[in-house]
Design a protein around this ligand. Structure first.
Ligand SMILES: [Zn+2]
Length: 139
């Protein structure tokens, strides 16, 4: 059985006054997201092997003085937080790609209206329309 074809870009929601999505516009966003996913995956993999290396070092390095160990712990925590952010970014990028494929890309997660092309072209990972986003930020 063949995989289900992605929905027509023209079927994705736009705000009133906006022209329907074209294949080229969606393709540009898809490429951007895919490049981001690939970059983030590589970053996370590199950071993880780095952290693993350093953890190995720390075990073998019992001679360190206190201050040095503290600095190392701080650095490690910082790196873990960084990977955590990258994971979140990776997840939202992957979700945006999935929404393009299943035809729900551009639907506001809060009010269900169109997020709008202009906003998505600036922020391809946006899941909220401008007014819902502003409401959320005021909370
Ligand atoms: Zn909304």
């Amino acid at each position: 059985m063949a995989a289900a074809a992605a929905p027509e870009p023209g079927a994705l929601p736009v705000r009133s006054g906006e022209k329907p999505w074209t294949e080229a516009e969606i393709e540009k966003i898809r490429k951007e997201l895919q490049a981001e996913v690939a970059g983030l995956r590589a970053d996370i993999a590199a950071a993880e092997s780095d952290i693993a290396d350093r953890l190995g070092d720390a075990v073998g390095d019992a001679g360190d003085d206190q201050a040095d160990a503290g600095a190392k712990t701080f650095q490690r925590e910082h790196e873990l937080a960084l990977t955590e952010n990258q994971r979140t970014l990776l997840e939202t990028s992957e979700q945006a790609l999935a929404r393009i494929e299943n035809g729900t890309y551009g639907v506001c997660a809060s009010c269900g209206k169109a997020i709008g092309k202009a906003r998505l072209q600036a922020f391809p990972r946006a899941t909220l329309c401008v007014s819902c986003k502003q409401r959320e930020e005021r909370r």
